[in-house]
Design a protein around this ligand. Structure first.
Ligand SMILES: Nc1nc2c(ncn2[C@@H]2O[C@H](COP(=O)(O)OP(=O)(O)OP(=O)(O)O)[C@@H](O)[C@H]2O)c(=O)[nH]1
Length: 804
């Protein structure tokens, strides 16, 4: 049988999730263009930018032709990798085609099986030509035998895909982020500065000396700026070993989008938004795009309306381009890693991420790469200077005196005559490994080696409402804490504490929500800390020198301590410094009586902070002091009012030592050690917390009537106070420009505090209730009751409940 010039891989087996759908017809001009470049019949085009991509499909686009499609099939996962084929073997698909499980795989290509085994595509089944569509689709048989001859050329793919283990499952973004040009780069000159920038885009700087199209093919999107209701689908956790080479890509999404918009202008960047899955979600989750805001640190997605505000993006992200120290060092990717905004791309979208990043980095780095294409280093410096000068809006070239340094840091593209992709470019900085490789492979200079260099970790615990956040707020303002990484754990899917922590360096706040560190998301703590030195790295240096973990109010500290003390991957990096527990002087006695968690928290502490002493008299203060002293005789008790505490009394108290704690503590820790294996998965340990305790988040889109709100809380405390373990919220009240922060602990509601301004663009009322035996509907019902007769109250709050 004569082998056809092009080969399409049709199905290997039915795989309904793996669908790429072409959506757009070529214009006659484009068709002519493709025809002239590719020759032969044009059947059509399907590419990233035009595709609806569902999970586990990977597509790489070179201009307007798919030249790489990777289909990752279900368990036990099979990656079919079509390597970039020479033009005469590339294939265009029919416009509007529904391209199912079709890859450009040529004879001799290999198929990468799950686990990295390569299998050569070496035989064919009969062609399916003449199927009525005029297409020449052929099935390819896959011979299951190892192919070594292509293994080396595949290595690039494995290296280039950034990965950070299986963290994708913490906050899975399961739909495509798409950016694309709305037109050819120089088509719409707009004003002096931008027009100049466009000229740069129009420069023939691509690896193939073709006009560079950094964000993908020419394409026109219908902008989908957060208006849509988006459905997300769950990515299934793969059983078995993680195939790291094909795991997720982490990107600083804010920066990614921001710079793309900055460079291209908002009207020239088309966007499509994300499908987001809540951590631990078992089912398809519908996410209203506006719900995803820049406040959401888990994913840090820029809301659509913010994207439209180009000025804001420029302000927010300019540093990525113009900071003199940063730009010259080719550590742009590190900076992206530093952005609080980050996103998890499922494996299937890694190629898209690369395309996007190629666009961003392309503008800053690629010109360096051009020395491989006969661009002189001085051109590099000059080009950068011009670009940056424009970005600054002034003539400051001084900051770019070191732009030439780019030149020293580049390596040759990895072969195959291809443009160096993001991965290789970053490899250039290190020791042959991309920076996102795990620590052990990264060779980061500042990762501590000896015991003296371990990063101290403090655990700030304390029962619900006992004043942890207030203390933390005070601490982070102190100079010695400027480089502290703060990890905040909250129960609910809607976190508030990060909004209430006022710190200038927001990059160093990590929020872990949707579960409790001591049980449901315990593994996440380990992963977060493991990856943090690299995630928060600058210039290859770990950027933080201390970690403070604020637990939830119901956290059992024992498993957290156990993780910190025994996780072999954390041991080389961190040391447990101190456990600090806040105890509410007013409610503490009752809490210690009723809540075993509170007892544990106080018992394991190295420092006990007796908060709210301003609310109690000397006698009751003494009573609780006595009780605490009996519980934990070794821990100093420090009275704290409104969080004001001297950091020196809390930190660097020495390696945490269970031997100095009471026998109970050792018993708890021993219990954890014995049961550690049971908590490795993300299942909920129902026994750890009282089954009746749950967190409920209420979100209201429209401002609440102050009177109704007040009545509502009054009613709740009157009838349900004892079971209202904790209430906190940022509340948008009618007639108030800024939000009111409301805190309640059981029967006590603290006087609401009006903030100066909204901490983020999210103006919704968000309230978190941690309750015992209160049905979420009851909460809403009581609000409904209170609003009778009042106008303008929208009760259609999003209701969401999470059982801690
Ligand atoms: N009067 C008084 N109020 C305090 C003091 N410390 C904290 N508060 C108030 O107590 C309420 C709860 O404080 P938070 O710091 O949010 O408590 P938390 O332990 O972080 O609460 P959770 O995160 O829900 O567990 C807030 O309204 C604080 O303003 C204090 O020393 N005196």
């Amino acid at each position: 049988m004569e082998a056809p010039a092009r080969i399409g891989l049709d199905h290997l087996e039915p795989q309904p999730q793996a669908i790429v759908t072409g959506q757009r017809r070529l214009s006659p001009e484009q068709e002519a263009d493709v025809r002239s470049k590719r020759g032969g019949d044009i059947v059509g085009v399907a590419g990233v930018a035009q595709c609806v991509i569902e999970r586990r499909v990977r597509v790489e686009v070179q201009r307007d032709v798919i030249d790489r499609v990777e289909v990752q099939r279900g368990q036990p996962g099979l990656h079919c990798v079509g390597e970039r084929a020479p033009p005469d073997r590339q294939r265009c698909f029919r416009a509007g085609d529904r391209v199912e499980r079709r890859a450009i795989i040529t004879e001799g290509d290999d198929v990468l099986q799950h686990g990295g085994r390569h299998t050569e595509v070496s035989s064919w089944r009969s062609p399916q030509a003449g199927n009525g569509s005029g297409s020449d689709v052929h099935s390819v048989g896959v011979k299951a035998e190892a192919a070594t001859k292509h293994a080396s050329s595949r290595r690039r793919r494995e290296d280039v895909v950034p990965m950070l283990g299986d963290e994708v499952f913490e906050a899975a973004v399961v739909g495509p982020v798409m950016l694309g040009h709305r037109g050819p780069p120089a088509a719409h000159p707009r004003g002096g500065r931008l027009a100049a920038r466009h000229r740069q885009f129009a420069d023939p700087v691509g690896a193939r000396r073709e006009p560079e199209m950094p964000l993908g093919p020419h394409d026109i999107f219908e902008p989908a700026l957060g208006q849509e209701r988006i459905k997300s689908r769950r990515i299934e956790r793969r059983a078995g070993a993680i195939d790291e080479a094909f795991d997720p890509i982490f990107l600083g999404f804010g920066l990614m989008v921001g710079i793309a918009v900055q460079l291209l202008g908002p009207q020239r960047v088309a966007r499509r938004f994300l499908f987001v899955e809540h951590p631990g979600g078992e089912h398809e989750v519908e996410v209203d795009a506006p719900v995803i805001g820049s406040h959401d640190h888990r994913i840090g997605i820029q809301a659509g309306d913010e994207l439209l505000d180009r000025g804001q993006l420029l302000r927010g992200h300019r540093r990525g381009l113009v900071d003199d120290h940063d730009v010259g060092k080719l550590d742009l990717l590190d900076q992206q890693a530093d952005e609080a905004a980050r996103i998890v791309f499922p494996h299937a979208l890694a190629a898209i991420g690369e395309e996007i990043l190629a666009g961003i980095i392309g503008q800053q780095v690629e010109r360096v790469d051009h020395r491989h294409h006969r661009v002189e280093p001085r051109d590099v410096a000059q080009r950068h200077a011009v670009l940056v000068t424009e970005g600054e809006g002034g003539g400051d070239r001084q900051g770019f005196g070191n732009a030439g340094r780019f030149d020293h840091q580049m390596v040759e593209p990895p072969g195959l005559g291809e443009r160096a992709h993001l991965g290789e470019q970053i490899v250039a900085q290190g020791d042959g490994k991309p920076w996102w490789h795990r620590g052990e492979a990264c060779g980061m200079s500042s990762v501590p080696e000896g015991p003296g260099t371990h990063i101290p970790v403090s655990v700030l615990t304390g029962f619900l409402g006992s004043g942890k956040t207030t203390v933390l707020n005070h601490l982070v303002r102190s100079p010695g804490m400027a480089r502290a990484l703060v990890v905040i754990n909250e129960f609910g899917a809607v976190g508030l504490d990060h909004e209430l922590i006022a710190r200038s360096n927001e990059d160093l706040v990590v929020e872990m929500m949707g579960g409790c560190l001591c049980c449901t998301i315990r593994g996440d703590l380990s992963r977060t800390l493991r990856d943090a030195p690299w995630r928060f790295a600058r210039d290859g240096e770990c950027w933080f020198d201390r970690v403070v973990i604020e637990t939830t109010g119901l956290a059992d500290p024992a498993p957290i301590l156990h993780t910190l003390m025994t996780d072999p991957q954390l041991a080389p990096l961190y040391r447990l410094d101190a456990v600090i527990a806040t105890v509410d002087a007013a409610a503490g006695m009752a809490t210690l009586d009723a809540q075993p968690e509170a007892v544990k928290q106080a018992a394991v502490a190295d420092r006990l902070l007796l908060t709210k002493t301003d609310l109690t008299d000397a006698t009751s203060q003494q009573a609780i002091r006595d009780r605490l002293a009996a519980l934990n005789p070794g821990a100093p008790i420090i009275a704290v009012t409104n969080g004001a505490v001297d950091p020196a009394s809390l930190f660097d108290v020495g390696l945490w030592d269970p031997a100095s704690k009471s026998e109970d503590v050792n018993r708890w820790l021993a219990h954890e050690a014995a049961h550690a294996g049971h908590h490795h998965h993300h299942h909920h340990d129902v026994n750890r917390h009282d089954a009746g305790i749950r967190a409920t988040c209420l979100t209201f889109d429209t401002p609440l009537e102050p009177l109704a709100f007040d009545r509502w809380l009054g009613l709740l405390t009157m009838f349900k106070g004892a079971d209202l373990l904790r209430v906190k919220g940022i509340v948008n009240l009618v007639g108030h420009d800024a939000p009111v922060v409301s805190h309640g602990v059981q029967h006590v509601f603290h006087p609401p505090i009006e903030l100066d301004r909204w901490p983020s663009a999210d103006r919704r009322t968000r309230m978190v209730f941690v309750t015992r035996n209160i049905d979420p509907e009851e909460l809403r019902g009581t609000l409904a009751l209170m609003t009778v007769g009042l106008n303008g109250v929208d009760l259609q709050g999003l209701i969401e409940s999470v059982t801690p």
